[in-house]
Design a protein around this ligand. Structure first.
Ligand code: SF4
Length: 431
């Protein structure tokens, strides 16, 4: 037996490798297969070597190593999962070189931080992709929709206890400041936007902006039929109707009669409508599904809402399992992006009806409507803000977990529930 016989052990460049203490995870970004290695120090040592920058996923193995049962098993596994294998060293003059993809500097969303002069201004503006405007709030005393739902997902509600309206001229100005950005969607929300004093003017102005506009209403707004139908008429008569979407929200317990009235009214309109169901428990979901089938509602979405008392529902229905994380098959590009930005939050700004501007409504404000320009708030977020760069690799327990870049980025639900791991993968301090 030739004990000096050696092989190059390689892992393919499309495999994502993560090692945390005594656990390693290899994920094939092409076929979505996963290999977990736990408590096998000799294999973990090899994986760590493969992962070293200079090794580019290739190391030399001598027979005394690859014949060890646990290492042989690892090599068989990576071969079966199309993640890598062995190459006979006698076939190669030198060590085979692999190019391991990394986020190129030019692709980095923060590359402008090193820029000088005028260039960063246009570059920073290009980061903006979505803006949400909460145009009005009504006082707490005469309305019941004030809640924190908007802190979990875009929802038509008051965002403050005071009666407020965003000034129409300032609104137009701020939207004009977004010219030359990558803005593709403007969300218009509030506590009954149908009661916004300058609604016609706003809708007309937005019709001149060539991008998607999403309006948000609550189904109880229908009770104010005069203003509701007037608003739907504005949308119906829009020249850019194909760029408009109306999101209408239903939550439970539904006023059944009102629900059918709203449906009957909306189904004869010529605008795109998304029916949005707020779900707090399994029964809500079942009821929403019944309605979707009964009324043949094609465009619909479900929005789980954490009310402080329904953690069990979230654990049963929302918390992720390993299977769900892997079945989402994050691509190599997505994984690389997740090492730098939170791609759920990146590029988004929200202006609340009290004038506070946030990148994320669960983070401190970046500026004030009417005082700070879009460029100023964007600059603040990318230089000092934390929301767009809120990564699982920076928070516990995710930073100890090998799934940190496979899991979807941190969302507003983690803030609402008060834990970063809304999963079944990490429990009792163990993965
Ligand atoms: S602990 Fe965090 S990174 Fe790990 S699986 Fe759970 S949510 Fe994902």
């Amino acid at each position: 037996m030739n004990s000096k016989k050696s092989y190059w052990l390689y892992i393919d460049p499309y495999v994502h490798i993560s090692v945390k203490n005594t656990t390693a995870l290899l994920y094939n970004t092409l076929n979505g297969k996963v290999l977990e290695v736990k408590n096998t120090p000799s294999v973990i040592k090899i994986i760590k070597q493969l992962k070293m920058l200079d090794n580019t996923y290739v190391i030399k193995l001598f027979q005394r190593e690859y014949k060890k049962p646990e290492i042989a098993k690892f090599i068989n596994n990576i071969s079966d999962l199309f993640m890598g294998g062995l190459l006979d060293t006698s076939w190669y003059k030198k060590k085979p070189i692999q190019i391991i993809p990394e986020l190129r500097i030019m692709d980095s969303p923060y590359r402008f931080l090193g820029m000088k002069g005028e260039n960063w201004g246009r570059d920073i503006l290009s980061k903006l992709i979505e803006i949400s405007l909460y145009i009005n709030s009504r006082s707490k005393n005469n309305h019941s929709k004030i809640n924190n739902t908007f802190k979990q997902f875009l929802f038509p509600s008051s965002t403050s206890n005071d009666k407020n309206e965003l000034n129409i001229e300032q609104l137009k100005k701020i939207i004009c400041q977004c010219k030359h950005s990558n803005l593709y969607n403007i969300n218009i929300l509030g506590d009954s936007i149908i009661n916004y004093s300058y609604l016609r003017e706003l809708v007309s102005f937005l019709n001149t902006i060539p991008m998607k506009k999403s309006y948000f209403l609550h189904y109880t707004d229908f009770k104010d039929f005069r203003n509701f139908s007037r608003f739907i008429n504005f949308l119906n008569n829009s020249q850019t109707k194909e760029k408009i979407i109306l999101n209408i929200f239903f939550n439970f317990l539904l006023e059944e009669k009102l629900f059918t009235q709203v449906l009957e009214f909306l189904k004869v309109q010529h605008i795109k409508i998304n029916y949005c169901f707020v779900i707090q428990k399994e029964e809500d979901f079942e009821e929403a599904e019944l309605k979707v089938n009964k009324y043949d509602i094609a465009n619909h979405s479900y929005f789980p809402f954490y009310n402080g008392k329904n953690l069990k529902y979230f654990k049963d229905a929302i918390f992720l399992t390993k299977k769900e994380v892997v079945e989402a098959k994050p691509s190599q590009k997505e994984i690389l992006r997740r090492t730098i930005i939170n791609d759920t939050k990146f590029g988004k700004l929200t202006i609340l009806s009290n004038g506070n501007i946030h990148s994320d409504v669960n983070s401190p404000k970046l500026g004030d409507f009417g005082t700070h320009s879009i460029l100023e708030v964007l600059y603040k977020e990318v230089t000092k803000g934390k929301s767009w760069r809120q990564l699982r690799s920076n928070v516990l327990p995710c930073r100890k977990c090998t799934y940190q870049y496979l899991c979807p980025p941190l969302s507003n639900y983690e803030s609402a529930i008060g834990r970063n791991n809304i999963c079944h993968i990490w429990g009792n301090g163990k993965q």
